[in-house]
Design a protein around this ligand. Structure first.
Ligand SMILES: Cc1cc2nc3c(=O)[nH]c(=O)nc-3n(C[C@H](O)[C@H](O)[C@H](O)COP(=O)(O)OP(=O)(O)OC[C@H]3O[C@@H](n4cnc5c(N)ncnc54)[C@H](O)[C@@H]3O)c2cc1C
Length: 434
């Protein structure tokens, strides 16, 4: 391949493809390179693809609410019909229990008011009306399953919850990455699959291309690291990691799929739920299943791994999550066979992503998605395109951070929030909740 590109994007997941889609719209000649055989085969395919609009930080909330509108208007955003069909946004809403752990959602309610995000306060009676399989007793703080008090309610009721109707999940995250690929290709984007990047070429003090495992070199003056859980490896190749205040690591996670309690149509009646009282998030899953993920409670060990060498089997964690969820749904069947997904998050030190340049001119990164940036993929593409075009035109984003206008919610955000050199953000939940 002797062609030169304006930008090479390492990774063709949902964020990598959003980056090329946005760059190609600005006239860049792009190439996404992915070691996998098709788009969205990395952590994107494992994603629970929950689209929620609540975060603990203002910027997190604003970005998520803006992004919601892109999923809502997916077809018109893409401006192209994929022959495989379009991923669907199921807008079933999202309920968050008010607990001591989340300070009864004081901040979340404040942010929702500040950004005019529709929300409702539900008391335990209303929760049971809307979700008749739920026990609204308090079980927290979250315990290990071998704790003698595991499963015992405190005898108190939960205070209530906040329900956001403008939320839900995307039914097929891998397809959404494919949708972005096709929409990008229609505008001239290029893709190379089954090829692994093993080095970053530097010339005259800036990024100049990549070396593939088969020895081939491909040149471009702009390289974007969107390698998901392999992000730190690509940063090490570029020798930029040492200059970053916030770093990324691959974390093993397990997601459980279990049948709905008998007699309940979870697929049609359920919604997305965040339940810090039991340390689980959940949503309906096809086949009338309940999908259960972990909110990373303190009592659980965090298993950071080498993304090229890790145990891809379910562990005891699977059962712990199902048993925790069964506290809330007493009739939840606890199956003997572990079904669901074992995957990796690309976790940043403060669980907030890094959308930034680097110390190597021409080398950029959209990484550290920390299990919660699927929802923001379209905006991540827009952020990176704005960053790249501004920085390549001489803007010093480190000293004078770029601002981005969010057209749907009519707000401006400061992209310095996502800097690799920020101090650890203390407002973060330090978990998948961001
Ligand atoms: C289990 C799970 C549940 C999640 N649930 C949610 C959720 O409900 N809501 C939400 O908003 N977010 C969620 N996320 C996070 C979200 O899925 C990710 O943030 C998003 O998919 C990341 O997309 P990406 O394009 O950055 O990375 P990926 O999809 O991981 O793509 C990276 C690509 O880079 C390629 N690559 C890596 N190294 C190389 C190399 N050297 N050469 C060539 N190619 C390379 C890989 O093959 C891979 O395809 C979840 C993540 C996981 C794992």
């Amino acid at each position: 391949m002797n062609e030169r590109y304006d930008a090479i994007i390492i990774g063709a997941g949902v964020i990598g493809n959003a980056v090329s889609f946005e760059l190609v719209k600005r006239g860049y000649k792009t190439l996404n390179i992915d070691a996998n055989p098709v788009s969205g085969y990395g952590s994107t395919s494992a994603s629970c693809a929950i689209i929620r609009v609540h975060y603990s930080t203002f910027d997190g909330c604003a970005l998520a609410y803006e992004s919601y509108h892109y999923w809502k208007n997916w077809k018109s955003y893409l401006d192209f019909e994929d022959e495989s069909g379009l991923a669907k946004f199921i807008e079933c809403g999202c309920m968050i229990y008010q607990t001591e752990q989340n300070d009864h959602l004081k901040k979340v309610i404040e942010r929702a008011k500040e950004l005019n995000i529709p929300h409702e306060l539900w008391d335990p009676k209303k929760i049971r009306e809307m979700l008749r399989i739920a026990d609204t007793d308090q079980f927290g703080p979250v315990k290990s399953v071998d704790d003698k008090d595991f499963g015992n309610s405190s005898g108190l009721s939960l205070k209530g919850s906040v329900f956001f109707p403008t939320a839900g999940y995307v039914n097929d995250p891998q397809l959404s990455a494919h949708n972005l690929q096709r929409a990008g290709e229609a505008k001239g984007a290029n893709f190379l699959f089954g090829k692994k990047v093993i080095d970053i070429i530097k010339e005259n003090g800036r990024a100049a291309g990549v070396v593939l495992e088969d020895g081939e070199k491909i040149f471009s003056k702009t390289i974007v690291n969107v390698a998901g859980p392999h992000s730190m490896k690509i940063n090490q190749m570029a020798d930029v990691e040492k200059d970053m205040n916030i770093k990324t690591r691959a974390l093993k996670v397990e997601v459980c799929h279990v049948p709905s309690p008998a007699g309940y149509n979870y697929e049609n009646e359920g919604f997305v739920i965040s339940d810090s009282d039991i340390g689980c998030y959940s949503r309906p899953e096809i086949g009338n299943n309940v999908l259960i993920g972990s909110e990373d409670p303190e009592c659980d060990e965090r298993i950071y791994v080498d993304p090229d060498n890790w145990d891809t089997n379910f562990s005891e964690q699977w059962k712990a999550q199902v048993l925790r969820q069964a506290q809330r749904y007493p009739d939840l069947p606890v199956t003997s066979e572990s079904k669901g997904v074992v995957a990796l998050y690309d976790v940043a030190d403060d669980w907030i992503p890094i959308y930034d340049k680097s110390s190597l001119p021409g080398f950029y990164m959209a990484i550290g998605s920390s299990g919660n940036q699927y929802k923001n993929a379209p905006l991540a593409g827009i952020i990176m395109a704005e960053l790249i075009s501004s920085c390549e035109n001489g803007v010093n984003h480190d000293s004078n951070p770029i601002k981005l206008y969010l057209k749907y919610i009519d707000r401006e955000i400061d992209l310095g929030f996502y800097s690799r050199n920020r101090k650890i953000n203390k407002e973060s939940s330090m978990s998948v909740l961001g």
